[in-house]
Each structure stands twice: as C-alpha cells, then as structure tokens.
Design a protein around this ligand. Sequence first.
Ligand code: SMG
Ligand code: MG
Length: 373
Amino acid sequence: MRLTSLRLHLIEMPLRSPFTTSFATTTVRSCYLVEARTRTTDGREVTGWGECVAMEAPLYSPEHLSGAVEVTRRWLAPALLAVEDLTAETVAWHLRHVVGHPMAKAALEMAVLDAQLRARDVSFADYLGAVRTSVPSGVSVGIQPSGEETVRVVGEFLDQGYARIKLKIQPGSDLGPVRAVREAFGDDLPFQVDANAAYTLADVGLLRRLDEFDLLLIEQPLGEADLRQHAELARQVRTPICLDESIVSAEVAADAIALGATSVINVKPGRVGGYLEARRIHDLARANGIPVWCGGMLETGVGRAANAALAALPGFVLPGDISGSDRFYTEDVTEPIVMRDGAVDVPTGPGFGVEVLPERLERFSTGTVDLPA
Ligand code: SMG
Ligand code: MG
C-alpha cells in the first residue's frame, strides 16, 4: 500500500478522577490519534487509526507529547510518505534511522496496521494469532492520601468486578497502604504494586518488607537503566520483579532475562516501538518461560482495543492493565471498551475493531496537524 496522507488529532480527555503515580498526578489525558489515509495496490482508499501514548511531560519515559508531534512531523512522516510499497511490517524498518521515539513510531505503525488489516478484512486478533476471545481485566489504582482511602477505592473497583488490583507506591506510601489492602481484602486478592522507578538499591531493606504481603510482583522498583541493580535486588527479595520502563526493546528484554533482572514482563506496545515489537517480546519471554502481561497508558478506545487483542496471545498469563474505558473516562473517542465479570472482550471487527466517533473527536480536539502540510 501507499501512505497518502496523515492527520494527527491532538486531544485532551478529562479523567474522572486524578491519577497519582510516584512521578506525577494526571487529571487530563493529552495525546494524539493518527489518522492514516492509504491507497491499496488495487486502488482502494483505506483509513487506519493509531494512538500515541506519550505523556505530556517526559516523566514516565524520555518521550513527551509535543516532542512526538515534532519528530513525526519533521522526520517520521516524511520517511513513510516517501515509501512506495509500505506495509505495517516494514514501518519500523523505514524509521530505524531515527534514534529513539518509540511511542511516536508505534503510533504510526498502528495506523498503517489498522488500515492494512481493514483492507484485508482481518481482525488484529486473528492477525496476531490470538487464542482467547476475552482477557482478564486488571485495574491500576493511583496513590491515595491514606490507607483508609486506598481501601475505599480498591473496594469500589473490586465491587465492579476487576480481576486484579495494582497499587501505585512511592517512598512514604508503600508498606502502609499495602498492608491496609491485604488486611481489608485478604490473601487471595490478586494484588501487585508499581513504583515507577521511585526507589534505589539502598531501599532494599524496605522493599524486602513487602515480601510478607505475597504480592504477585513489584513493578519497576528502580531506575529505567538499572538492569544490573534490578538483578541484584531480585536476589535479595522474594517478591517477583517485573520490569516496565526498563524494557524498551526485545534486545533489552533478552538482556534483562539473561541477567535475572526480571521474572515477569509488562509489555507496553508504545514503550517498545509498536505492537510488532511487543509480539516479539511476548515470543522471547514465552520461549524463556517468563510470564508477560499487557500494560496500559490510559489509552483511548483505540489503544485499549488493540491491547485487548495483544493480551489474547498465549504468553499473556497474568491480568493486564486493560480496564474498561469508564475506569478513566466518562466518554471515550470510540464506543466504550467494557469490563464485564472481570474481563474485556477481544474485538472481532476488521483492524482494531473500533470506530473513532467524529463528534467525540471534535469535542476533545485541541488541534490537528496535516502531513504533508
Ligand atoms: O492505562 O490503566 C492504565 C494505566 C496503567 O498504571 C498504569 N500505567 O507505569 O504502568 C505504569 C503506568 C504508566 C502511566 S502513569 C500516568
Ligand atoms: Mg508501570
């Protein structure tokens, strides 16, 4: 196919309630959707949609929203628009000369992939080789002001039926809220924590005290670049270490596994440059006996639908951060993704299987960027 034009739709979606991690409090999700117009080799015009998960500020990873728009406008889009015979499988190859910017690249690959699959009338799940028709739905709970408030918020999500709780932690808000949740909901609750790199190896004493709570895992306790230190930490604690921020490619995943730095992997397509690299990490982890689960980046319905299909691959053996749209948003840009009985259905329609609603897009829009200009 040929990529004929791109439109980046910048949007701001208000969160139903603030979401606090060790690095920031988010009240509005600012991101952009990519609308890719393509022409198939047999002359049909097909549109595909992607989503860029970069956050507004470079606090989770080095990328940020305006940088992603800029690198797309100046370098990534021109490179793809110049390719005569483009496929989703070659997008990353055509962009390999640009260093970094995996989230900006992933958004483009997504949009081309959605168009390609729609042109062939194939669902993303079938394309990947999904083995499930629904996936267990976990929820990520932000840092709360107190243990009591944490218990109240977790209780609400459990009442809704979520299959697993992940609690954000940071120094000063770790052992207390974790203990409160365990005491309130018992030892059988599937429960894990995410530090978003807020600790150092000097905190090993404290991190070891988490062992008594039998957590499924602790996600990214140390810094993004600290593979060796995570391996050292893993030798000193019983709770399984799961890397998120550190796993930026299949190569790094291979190193982290070999070093013993991670015994579970959070797979996030944006963080690793796209869904095709995400699948490679799934395959690599599975071949090494490492369980994976699908992370979340407060996606709109577009990314949420795609994540549900990815999580239907056989190596995704733990519930992911794939909640219903209403976990964060009163209204989504697509028909809502629904969590029912602790699970989310894997979309079956062509491409990612969801439609962007023009009226919603307009409501949340803060601008568009047309490429070529
Ligand atoms: O989409 O449910 C979601 C959010 C899941 O906690 C989540 N994501 O480190 O795993 C993580 C964070 C990154 C985004 S925090 C604003
Ligand atoms: Mg994380």
